[in-house]
Design a protein around this ligand. Structure first.
Ligand SMILES: Cc1cc2nc3c(=O)[nH]c(=O)nc-3n(C[C@H](O)[C@H](O)[C@H](O)COP(=O)(O)O)c2cc1C
Length: 177
């Protein structure tokens, strides 16, 4: 797929088939995330891949708790990636100290674009930080040896049941000076 085409047409996917994505596709998506630009080339973002249904169920429950809902925030995706970054010490500090969060966002964007280019569906799912702050979330971070990390976002990944197309781009967002 042409890169410009991919960037112009990628959409979020919220309906996945049960079929797992291939390891080769997962590796490509993750590699594209890892190749994203990072402030001072620190490359501090971590990507936690979760494919065990029971673990996804637990994450879904934690994420739903934050939203105060019973529905599955991951839309049944067979793969969920947690994008983590070293804890930001002070969100009000200078812009450099926010770089880890910015880096993580670019990782997610690159992963989503790569997924679309491969014909996969993806969606950024919020509340990654909050769910990992819950006691069960802290336990997961401890198990992974990532207690000093916080969540940027989750990426739901899978084969799309339906790929959305066309998006109305809000006018007035480009200013020439
Ligand atoms: C920071 C951020 C948080 C998001 N959180 C969620 C979310 O929790 N659940 C969800 O279904 N979509 C989420 N999305 C996806 C957006 O709703 C989606 O990107 C937006 O509606 C534009 O649609 P598109 O991705 O198809 O272009 C999030 C996207 C971003 C960038």
């Amino acid at each position: 797929m042409d890169a410009i085409d991919m960037l112009l047409h990628r959409r979020s996917c919220r309906q996945f088939t049960d079929k797992q994505i291939s390891d080769a596709d997962l590796t490509t998506v993750v590699d594209c995330g890892l190749a994203a630009p990072t402030g001072m080339n620190r490359q501090s973002t971590k990507i936690v891949i979760v494919q065990e249904p029971e673990k996804i169920k637990l994450l879904s429950k934690l994420n739903a708790t934050i939203m105060n809902t019973d529905s599955d925030p991951f839309y049944g995706a067979p793969t969920v990636c947690l994008i983590l970054t070293p804890k930001v010490a002070d969100y009000n500090a200078d812009s450099m100290s926010l770089n880890p969060m910015k880096d993580g966002s670019l990782v997610i964007g690159a992963m989503q674009n790569a997924a679309y280019a491969l014909g996969l569906g993806s969606c950024w799912i919020n509340r990654c930080k909050e769910m990992l702050l819950l006691p069960e979330g802290q336990k997961i971070l401890k198990e992974l040896g990532l207690e000093d990390y916080e969540g940027v976002g989750c990426v739901a990944l899978g084969k799309p049941k339906h790929q959305a197309s066309g998006k109305k781009i809000k006018p007035g967002r480009v200013i020439r000076w």
